[in-house]
Structure formats: C-alpha cells, structure tokens
Ligand binder design. Structure first.
Ligand SMILES: [Fe+2]
Length: 281
C-alpha cells in the first residue's frame, strides 16, 4: 500500500496529499520515494495548510535529490529563495515578472545544467487578489498530438533564450537590459523531450524563441499554437494559495505560471529547488 493518500485535483494534472505532517516529510526514510512516485504520476502535489518550516522544507527537498544552494543570500535559511515582487525584499524582483508567462524553469541555464527536477513553494503571505499558480501537463500535451504531428514534430529543435522570455514582459528594453539578457547563452532543445522513463513531453513556454530551420514567423506560430493547446483549461490545475500551503511540481513534465498580482501586495513564497540530472533529449 502506498504511504501517501492522494486525491486527484483534475483529470490531467495535480493531486492533493492528505494526512502528512511536516515531521514525517523530514524524518520518514520512505516518504521521499513515495513523494517522487506520486509526483511522476500527478505532476503537481498540493499539501494544504502544511505549515512547513523553511529548514524542514530544505531537509524534505534533500530527500528528493540535490538541493540548489546557488542563489543563497536572500534568506537566512540556505536553500530558501523568497519569491516576491517587492524590490525591498528581492533585488531580482523585476525578473520575476516573466513568471506570469507559461514556462519550464531552467531552459536557459548559464552553463549546461539540466532543468530542475522539482520545485517546492510554500506560501508565507498571499495576495488579496491574483497570485494563483497554474500548472499544465506537458506529457498530456504530447499525448494529445495526432500521430501525424508526433511524427512531424519529433525531429524539430527549438532555440530557447532569456531574451525571448524577458521580451514578453519588457518589449522595449534599454540597451543595458538587452546586453544583460544576451550575455546569457541561448540553448537548442528538441521540441519533444524523451525522458529516461520513456515518457514524452513537449518543451514549450516563454523561453522558446524559434524553431530551427523553419521560417521565423511560421515557427513562432507553431510554438504559440502548441502552447495554447497545452494550456487549455481542461489541461490546467490552478492553485489558489492560502498561508501555510506547500506545493511541489515536477518541473520537467509540467509548465507553470503565476497569475498577476499587485506588486505592492504582501505575497511572499519560499522556494526550494531540487536540481535536475536529466538533460532535455
Ligand atoms: Fe518558474
């Protein structure tokens, strides 16, 4: 019998986990594997009102893989990164506006790092209006293609760039902004990611700039169409946050975005990232 009680939240993505106390997530040797299995099956796991302490969040993530400590210095607990639009709390807040568009984290790394395996977010303070996080199943997006499309798209390659995702929120950058974005290397990924498990997903989202070898406009139109189909309401779970909620998602097989919220709102999420070990291939 599974160690976890999970109830599906939609037919496509997301499940709520019930009856787990924070201590068990940290202390139970078997729970990490059970969570990873449930994550593979459901894409997103929701723990309502878990009230997970930052240190326990990092310890729990350590059970799922290697924790990313590379952006430390923004929070007193190593491995915790605060997400807020408030520039007093986060000097990189302007970059976060790009999270309002559908994306997969880590498609444009500074080096050759793999996309993150999983991300955990806990709500410290929530916005009065907006600020929900939405998730769409990128495996289901592939599965929903016709056989002909699977055939045609199977060999396509897509160039991803930081510039592409930032331009969507800052269409008229200053020369300095543009230079900063362009300092980040672009990355070419297959449109269809064949995972080690054998499952296939579509690699789409804000960082996807153009299709290699295709007319620029035609390629962009194709990427936009596929993203639209991947994120139709039936394929999406929308999490409305309450203080104390913790949500974890499989970054490799799930697209996500935040619904806009007032930059002056107190909304603050604490993020911990589990590093990936599987390249997009
Ligand atoms: Fe993200």
């Amino acid at each position: 019998m599974s160690l976890l009680t999970v109830n599906k939240l939609t037919s496509s993505v997301g499940a709520e986990v019930r009856g787990v106390e924070p201590e068990r997530l940290v202390d139970d040797d078997h729970l990490g594997a059970a969570v990873l299995e449930a994550l593979e099956d459901n894409g997103v796991l929701v723990f309502r009102d878990l009230q997970l302490e930052p240190r326990d969040q990092v310890a729990f993530c350590g059970r799922l893989g290697s924790v990313d400590f590379s952006s430390d210095g923004h929070h007193e607990v190593a491995g915790i990164y605060p997400i807020t639009l408030n520039t007093a709390k986060n000097s990189a807040a302007s970059y976060l506006r790009a999270t309002f568009d559908w994306h997969i984290d880590g498609c444009t790394p500074t080096g050759d790092e793999c996309p993150q395996k999983a991300t955990v977010l806990s709500a410290v303070q929530v916005a009065e209006r907006g600020g929900e996080t939405e998730f769409a199943n990128a495996y289901a997006a592939y599965d929903a293609l016709t056989d002909d499309e699977k055939q045609r798209f199977g060999s396509l390659r897509v160039v991803h760039s930081l510039e592409a995702s930032q331009r969507r929120v800052t269409p008229d950058p200053t020369p300095e902004e543009l230079a900063r974005w362009r300092a980040r290397p672009t990355h070419e990924h297959p449109l269809v990611w064949t995972h080690r498990t054998g499952r296939k997903s579509l690699v789409l989202g804000a960082s996807a700039d153009y299709v290699v070898g295709m007319d620029l406009d035609d390629g962009r139109a194709l990427l936009a169409e596929l993203l639209e189909r991947a994120t139709v309401a039936d394929n999406v779970y929308r999490h409305k946050w309450s203080v104390g909620d913790t949500v974890i998602w499989d970054n490799r097989g799930v697209l996500h975005r935040a619904a806009p919220y007032d930059p002056d709102s107190p909304r603050e999420m604490l993020r911990t990232t589990v590093l990936g070990d599987e390249p997009i291939q």
